[in-house]
Every structure is written in structure tokens, then in C-alpha cells.
Design a protein around this ligand. Sequence first.
Ligand code: 2P0
Length: 330
Amino acid sequence: LKKSDVVHFILGERLHYPASSSPVRAFAATNIALCKYWGKRDSELNLPMTSSLSISLGDKGAITELSIHNKEDKVIVNGKEIPHDSTFYKRLIAFLDLFRSSRTIYFNIVIQVNIPIAAGLASSACGFASLVLALNQLFHWELSTKDLSILARLGSGSACRSIKSGFVEWHKGIETDGMDSYAAALPEIWPELYVGLLIFNKQEKNISSREAMQRTVNTSALYPAWLEKANQDLIAMKKAIQEKDFLQLGQIAESNALTMHALMLSAWPPISYFLPETLIAMQKIWELRKQGIPVYFTQDAGPHLKLLALQKNKTEVQSHFPSVEWVRVF
Ligand code: 2P0
């Protein structure tokens, strides 16, 4: 199945609805997975091998302003026009092509992202999610959250989780068309829970997560063990969230992230997103825990760490990591 088949299935005749004549705007928060998505069962439709669970980062994310343009597509990200030969432009345009149907229609896309782009902070997730929300408004589709999540997934897997705020679970689904692979919010809220961004540099990464996860699935001897662990972690994580058990949440998230990175080290050619600073910070976090300070981390496809802490421990953690930027989740 192709992406366009899924789009036709979801939108039907809505694919031909006229666009609004005035610009629309939509925000989507970026999300950080506590139980990671790492590996696909279908790389055309971004269908995952496992379910995953994330938290959306409050007001950190992307605002997409979308309008109809008269001659060609134009993409501006944080005030800069994106060159037409860049990978990002091509990926975005290929995604928009899905929604043009047979008509000649061009878009003006202005994206404002308030997190470092392509640094493992899931900017593609909030970018595609906000774009889908904006398309939904521009064409007055009035889609359900589930359908919006499926469309966002076609842009980038993790984008399907950015359609909702708070704790979000992406159900992996089993259908070949992926109509049961979408994200839904969990009912729990946890106002004391904070995420601390520990950013080590702003360089773009050298291998995309898309390529890295594919290589991991294809070459890591540890991958079957990951499938097992991912499943167990998800169950335990949902329990920890229900019971507001921070130590459990932190332990599962940190162990899940480290196992994902262990998979990458065991791939061939090996993949590492670690910088020396990443490892130094990890050691420090483990030391702080020995001293009784409850702080954990998670790490994505980049060198940065995201700290997990409760509101009451923020100040103390900050004294050891002065550069940390706290994000209020709820
Ligand atoms: C996650 N990551 O669960 C995992 C953990 C990075 C590390 O999802 O190919 O941009 O577009 O489906 O979603 C990043 O990969 O990949 C990601 P595609 P995506 O957040």
C-alpha cells in the first residue's frame, strides 16, 4: 500500500474540498518518548514494530501558518526560505503532494519552531503534526483525532503522537493499511512532572533516525530482545503513570532509552549519538541518584539529554546542571 491509498481512504471526496481563502495557523507540541519507537514494520506507511508512549512538551513545538500560493510552493522555517534542493523541502513537498489530488494548487508554508531543528528534539514530529492540523483547517475537513494522527504518521512516525498533549500512546496496530496504528492521549495528568532539556550543541545530526532505525532492525542481533522489552516497558510505564510512581517512570524511561542506544551500538556499521558531554552528564545523573536526588534521563536520536524530575527537585537538579531548560508538561 502507498501513502496516497491511505489518504484517499481517509479523505475520500474531501480531497476536493476548496481551500479557505485566508491563512490558517496551527500549533503542535513536540513530544519526547518515554517508551521509544525504534523500527518499522512498513517503511512506506511508517508503521512501527512496537507501540510507544510519549509526553508532549507543553508550548515547545511548531506553529504552521498555511495559505494558498499562486505560482509555486514556498517553505519558510524560522524566517528562512528553505532551498528547493534540500532533503527537508523535498520531504515536505512529497507529503503535500498527497493532498493536492489532481488539482493545481500551491502552498505557502511558514513554520516557526521554538526548539533546535534536527538535533534529536523531534522537530519533524511537531512540524508534520502542525502541518496536518493546518491542512485540516485550510480545507475544512473536520477529521477525527485518530485520522489526523494517521495522516501525521505518514509524514513522520513520531508526528502521530504530537496531535495530542500530555501523555500519548501510539498503538502500533496490526493491519497492513495502518488504520489501527495511531496515537491517543492517556487520561492521566501529572502537573508535578517536568522535563529538563540539556542541549550540548546545535549541530545537525550525521545520520537520520529514519536511516538509523532501519539499519538497527536489519543488522542488530539484539533487536528481538528489544521487541520483548518494549512491550514490557510500555505496560509498566502505563502502570507507573496511573500510580504517579515517579521512580518507576524514571527508571523505565532511562532503561528504555539506553537499551535503544545499545541496539544502535550493536548495529553494523555502528551508530552512536553520544558526545563526550552526553556520557559525562549521564555519570553525573547516576551520581546524583546515589546521593538521593530523584532525577532520570532519556535520550533520542541526538546527543542531548532530557531530564525527568519532579517540581520539588528542580532547583536542586538545576544547581548541578545550570544550563538545563525546564519544560512544564501539564
Ligand atoms: C521516538 N525517535 O519514539 C524515537 C526515539 C527518535 C528516538 O521517532 O522515519 O522522525 O519519520 O518515522 O519519527 C524519530 O524518528 O522517524 C523517533 P520516521 P521519526 O521518538
